[in-house]
Design a protein around this ligand. Structure first.
Ligand SMILES: [Zn+2]
Length: 475
C-alpha cells in the first residue's frame, strides 16, 4: 500500500518561550512549582483583571521567525479564541487568528543525502492553558500555574511526506529554537509539543484527502510512530472503500495506536474576534533589525563554512551544527588546531558517544581536544593513545601534550625498534612463521597484537603491519 498511496503531513509545534514572567501578567513561569502558587487574577481570568502584553514574548517570537526565514508583520494584534476547557478558567484563549506575527518562512532538512525545503506557514503567539491532575481518590484537580505561560505555535506547510522527514523537521526546528535562545525546548517538561495533521491520497492525485489531527505528541519518536500508524489506518480504510472523517485523535504510546477523540472543530466554531483588552501590536523596522542582530550565526551558515574553510564532509558539518553548544565547542577548538578534519572526526566518534544527556557537554577544554587531534595528525601519538588520553582527560582535564611527554606515550615510528620487537616475538614463538608460511594469515595479526601489547599500544599501526608482513615473508 505504501507504494500506491502517499502521505501529506503538516506539523503544528507549540514551543514554550523561556521568559521569566507570563505573557499577560508578572507571575513567574518556573516549571514544577507547587500547584496554584504562580497565578493571579489576570492569568486566572477573574472579572475586571486586564492583560498587559509582555514585550519579551514578542521579541522571542520575532527571533523564532527570523531563525526560520519568516517575514515579520509590522501591524498585527491579538485575538480572542473562545472555547471551554476545564483547565482554562477564562473560557477563552488569547491567540492570533488571521494576523500572525511571523509568516512565509522555511527550513531545510537533509533527507537521504538530499536537501529538502519545508515551508513554514506562520508563527503566532498565544497563552498556554492550565493542567488537569487526575487523582483516583480525590478526583480531578486543576493547577493554574501554566495558565498564561507564553507559547509560540509554529505551523508548517503540508510538505512532509514521511515519518522520517517529520522527525528531521522537528529536530531541525528544535535546534533552531535553541540557537535563537527562545526556549529550553525540554520535551519531557512539555516545552515543545507537536500536533500532526495527516491525510493520504493515491499517488499521482493532486487532491487532498480528509485529514486527521493527532494532538500533543511530546517526543519525536512518538510523532513518527503516530504518523506511521495513521498512514496504515487511513490507507486501509480507503482500500475498503470507506470514507475518512475529519477528526482529532490521540496517540497512545503503550499500544502505538491512535484513537478518535472528537470531530474536528473548524475555525468558525471558535468565534474569533480581536482581543478588546489589548491595543494593536506594531513592530518597528528598528526592532526587527536589532533582534536579527542579536541572533547567533545559524546552523546552515556554519555548516557551509565548515565545508568550505575546513573541508569537512556535509554529513559531519550537519552533525556538528545540529547543536549550538557542540558547534561553539568545535569552533573554539578549531581555532587552535592545524588538523580540523581530524578534530571533527575525534569529536564525532570519540566525544559524542560519551555525552549522555540530550544537549552537548564536554569536560575536556576545546584547546586540549585540539591538541590531541594535532598530536595524532603529527604522528606523535596513535589512535589508541588518543582514545586513552580522551578517557583520562574526561575525568581530569590537563594539557595532553604534557601527559604524553611526561609518560612517554609517543607513537613508535622507528623502523629499527619495531623490527627488533617483531623479531623478538618470532624468536620466542617459532610456530608463527610456520603458520604464516602454511597460509594462515592470522599469524601476522597475532604478531602485530603481541608487539602492540609489548609496546604499551604505542606502535605506529600502519608501519607495524607493513614490517610484520615483510619480516614474515623473508623468514
Ligand atoms: Zn498571573
Amino acid at each position: 500500500m505504501a507504494e500506491r498511496y502517499e502521505m501529506i503531513v503538516g506539523l503544528e509545534v507549540h514551543v514554550e518561550l523561556k521568559t521569566e514572567t507570563k505573557i499577560f501578567c508578572s507571575c513567574p513561569t518556573i516549571f514544577g512549582a507547587e500547584p496554584n502558587t504562580q497565578c493571579c487574577p489576570v492569568c486566572m481570568g477573574l472579572p475586571g483583571a486586564l492583560p498587559t502584553l509582555n514585550r519579551r514574548v514578542v521579541e522571542y517570537a520575532i527571533k523564532a521567525g527570523l531563525a526560520t526565514n519568516c517575514r515579520i508583520a509590522r501591524q498585527t494584534g491579538l485575538d480572542r479564541k473562545n472555547y471551554f476547557y476545564p483547565d482554562l478558567p477564562k473560557a477563552y484563549q488569547i491567540s492570533q487568528y488571521d494576523r500572525p506575527l511571523c509568516y512565509g518562512g522555511w527550513l531545510d532538512i537533509e533527507s537521504g543525502g538530499e536537501k529538502k525545503r519545508i515551508g513554514i506557514t506562520r508563527i503566532h503567539i498565544e497563552e498556554d492553558a492550565g493542567k488537569l491532575i487526575h487523582d483516583g481518590e480525590r478526583g480531578t484537580m486543576i493547577d493554574c500555574n501554566r495558565c498564561g505561560v507564553p507559547l509560540i505555535e509554529i505551523v508548517s506547510e503540508p510538505d512532509i511526506r514521511s515519518a522520517q522527514e517529520a522527525k528531521l523537521y522537528l529536530k531541525k526546528l528544535r535546534s533552531l529554537m535553541l540557537y535563537a535562545g527562545v526556549s529550553d525546548c525540554k520535551m519531557n517538561e512539555g516545552s515543545l509539543r507537536c500536533d500532526v495533521n495527516i491525510s493520504v491520497r493515491p499517488v499521482g492525485s493532486s487532491e487532498l484527502g480528509e485529514r486527521c489531527e493527532i494532538k500533543n505528541l511530546n517526543s519525536f519518536a512518538f510523532a513518527a510512530k503516530a504518523i506511521e500508524y495513521e498512514f496504515e489506518r487511513q490507507t486501509a480504510l480507503l482500500e475498503r472503500g470507506e470514507r475518512l472523517t475529519r477528526e482529532t485523535r490521540r496517540f497512545d504510546a503503550s499500544s502505538g495506536k491512535t484513537y478518535a477523540m472528537r470531530s474536528k472543530e473548524s475555525a468558525e466554531d471558535y468565534r474569533y474576534f480581536p482581543e478588546p483588552d489589548l491595543p494593536p501590536l506594531t513592530v518597528s523596522e528598528e526592532t526587527v533589525a536589532r533582534l536579527a542582530n542579536e541572533l547567533p550565526r545559524l546552523p546552515d551558515l556554519r555548516a557551509e563554512e565548515y565545508i568550505s574553510k575546513y573541508s569537512l564532509s556535509e554529513y559531519d558539518s550537519e552533525i556538528i551544527t545540529s547543536d549550538m553548544a557542540l558547534a561553539d565547542y568545535f569552533e573554539a577548538a578549531v581555532r587552535t588546531s592545524a588538523y580540523p578534519k581530524l578534530l571533527a572526526n575525534i569529536l564525532i566518534s570519540e566525544i559524542l558517544g560519551r555525552v549522555e544527556q540530550e544537549d552537548f557537554y564536554c569536560p575536556i577544554s576545546p584547546e586540549n581536544l585540539a591538541e590531541i587531534a594535532d598530536m595524532s595528525g603529527e604522528g606523535l601519538i596513535n589512535s589508541s593513545t588518543a582514545k586513552k588520553l580522551i578517557k583520562r582527560l574526561w575525568l581530569s582535564d590537563e594539557p595532553p601534550r604534557e601527559v604524553v611527554m611526561r609518560e612517554e606515550l609517543f607513537q613508535i615510528n622507528d623502523r629499527e625498534a619495531l623490527t627488533e620487537a617483531i623479531l623478538a616475538v618470532i624468536r620466542a614463538d617459532a610456530r608463527v612463521v610456520a603458520d604464516y608460511k602454511s597460509g594462515r594469515t592470522v599469524a601476522a595479526k597475532s604478531v602485530v597484537g603481541r608487539v602492540m601489547s609489548a609496546t604499551g599500544g604505542r606502535a605506529n599501526p600502519a608501519l607495524l603491519g607493513e614490517l610484520t608482513q615483510e619480516i614474515l615473508k623473508s623468514q
